[in-house]
Design a protein. Sequence first.
Length: 209
Amino acid sequence: MMKTWLITVSVAAALTSGVAWSADDALVPDIKAGEEKVNGICMACHGPQGNSLVPLWPKLAGQHPEYIKKQLMDFKADNRYNVQMTPMAMPLTDQEVVDVAAYFSSQAQSGGEADPELAKLGEQIYRAGNPSTGVPACSGCHGPAGMGQSLSKFPRISGQHADYSKQTLEHFRSGERANDPNSMMRGVAVRMTDEEISAVSEYVQGLSR
């Protein structure tokens, strides 16, 4: 089963890289304009450099620009909904989306620390998955250091707040969030227990380059 799942993930990754999601690829990002936009509407939640202080709000500093663009465009297209983010994303032009993504990706992430005990199980799941329940290794898509893959739009999760990662996995598991291509994350999260989700989220928070 594990082998079949990994093959499915690999095929889905190849398909994901070719998904059309709007935002004109020909647009040239303007980091300075992105900074001005961030300081105007984004910094209250995500911080001026993209390192949010509230654990339930994600860090965007150092995130891949392609992933940020996809999420903003999904909010705009109502493919993803959040009571705070959707109203913020809706008015953005494609150029502003590109600029904001470029600015956040250019910033240095603050990183984080993990609880050693809880992170033990998290590391096991992250690196080897749980073959008995069909949970694949997180590192297969997000990389051994959690840095993700830009072209496939697999996000950087290294150093992300544990509370945000936990909430995200729970939302994928319940179907509240459903903008993952080919249901990849929903297929993973639905196989995970509460303990595994908490442990992986804690481990990810302490990952770094």
